[in-house]
Design a protein around this ligand. Structure first.
Ligand code: PLP
Length: 411
């Protein structure tokens, strides 16, 4: 028997309505929604008082260690609609050898999730809600990991998926998407060009648009990162969170989680400073933050080996900038070469192989500790968002000929 059955079938749902992230305009729950009327992301709102009455931290702590333990904070109404591949709580690992300040350096290892990336959190929730709302066909642009998670959960739900990738997306991702039952195409452009194909085709093809922040529920899935962090840190969060930022779902979702928990009085101490980390080859949010803008401009000629954060334009730009500013955080970028060096250093010294996006947060930690924007005594949380082995690694050329004497002295 699935533990979800006895746990929550009869639990009430606490969603009150959806709300435009820009104008605050309300939208009814239990209906299919994309963007708001003004073309901005919709946020799910809950009756937090009722949640606080319905469940305690202690009760949550006794539940199975997956993200459905936060069911009251999530939008799925009927347990039967939950499409699950085993969304484990991911471990937090201390990096003591590469720690450069006095404060502890942590990494949350999201590689342990289904399909090997934290995109599983968002897509698990979005596909479960798609099932609940009777959606049968979904489409999305992707740099790889989101498409893989979308394909997996959609197939499991019996939903058709149509995925569009830039033609330089790592082969492993593209093949993973196809093998998991999606129809996948390579497009000679970037993720925003792929997004245009979805937007222009969805009417004719009857697709529901699963693009980042263009539907309301991926954020709620990513929000579980924030809920999990809070619980794992005994409801007192680390000082600084460095987040590898593409479309920004995770950053916005975590900040939403912290605000909800704070409003319920569940958190001790202050909220973390949220830091946007991008590659200097594609850093629209960093540029907008530095210029004090509310929206980011399209980044021209985006180029980085950290595929997950190669996002030249994001519909949730203002929500990311808001989270950074409200939390007194900042936005920073690192060069690709530095990302690869940081990745090698962490793997070498700690035995922890990050994805390039995760390594970007480690590189940013080193950079900003030097700059003083992170203080030595502050505790810092990095995010490793995908399995390091999904990405290219430096070649190995050492060979031995078993028919010759093995030169042990030289090994
Ligand atoms: C998608 C992705 C990101 C960026 O996440 P967002 O929440 O969309 O900003 C970072 N790293 C990896 C590995 C990703 O797949």
């Amino acid at each position: 028997m699935n533990h979800l059955d006895n746990l929550i079938t009869h639990r009430p749902n606490f969603v009150t309505h959806l709300e435009c992230g820009m104008t605050g305009e309300h939208y009814p729950k239990e209906q299919v929604h994309g963007l708001s009327k003004v073309g901005k992301p919709l946020l799910v709102r809950y009756d937090l008082k009722k949640i606080a009455e319905a469940v305690t931290k202690e009760e949550i702590s006794l539940r199975p260690p997956d993200f459905w333990r936060y069911r009251e904070f999530l939008p799925v109404r009927h347990t039967i609609n939950i499409v699950s591949l085993g969304e484990v709580m991911t471990p937090i690992i201390t990096l003591s050898k590469v720690q450069a300040g006095k404060g502890t350096l942590y990494v949350k290892d999201e590689a342990r999730l289904p399909t090997g990336s934290f995109k599983a959190r968002g897509l698990c929730m979005a596909i479960s809600m798609a099932k609940e709302l009777g959606i049968t066909k979904v489409a999305m642009p992707t740099n790889g990991n989101a498409g893989a998670a979308c394909a997996a959960y959609a197939s499991r739900a019996g939903i058709e998926s149509f995925i569009f990738c830039p033609d330089d997306t790592p082969t492993i991702n593209v093949r993973e998407i196809a093998q998991q039952g999606a129809k996948v195409w390579l497009v000679n452009g970037l993720i925003n060009d792929c997004g245009k194909i979805v937007a222009e085709g969805k009417q004719a093809k009857g697709w529901f648009d699963m693009s980042t922040l263009k539907e309301p529920y991926r954020i709620e899935g990513k929000k579980t990162m924030g809920l999990e962090l809070a619980e794992q840190f005994h409801w007192q969060l680390p000082d600084v969170i460095l987040y590898p930022t593409g479309g920004g779902t995770g950053l916005i979702g975590m900040w939403k989680a912290f605000k909800e928990l704070q409003e319920m009085g569940w958190l001790k101490g202050k909220l973390p400073r949220m830091v946007v980390v991008q590659s200097s080859g594609c850093a629209p949010i960093v540029k907008a933050w530095e210029e004090g803008k509310e929206h980011a401009e399209l980044w021209q000629n985006a180029k980085t080996i950290a595929w997950g954060i190669r996002v030249p334009v994001a519909v949730g730009d203002f929500l990311m900038l808001r989270a950074v500013n409200e939390s007194s955080g900042f936005a920073t970028s690192v060069d690709d070469e530095v990302i690869l060096e940081a990745r090698a250093e962490c793997a070498n010294k700690e035995g922890f192989l990050m994805c390039p996006e995760g390594a970007a947060t480690f590189a940013a930690y080193q950079k900003e500790l030097k700059s003083g924007r992170i203080k030595s005594e502050e505790s810092v949380m990095l995010f490793n968002c995908a399995a390091g082995t999904k990405y290219e690694l430096p070649p190995v050329n050492s060979r031995l000929d078993r028919n010759q004497p093995i030169p042990y002295a030289q090994l």
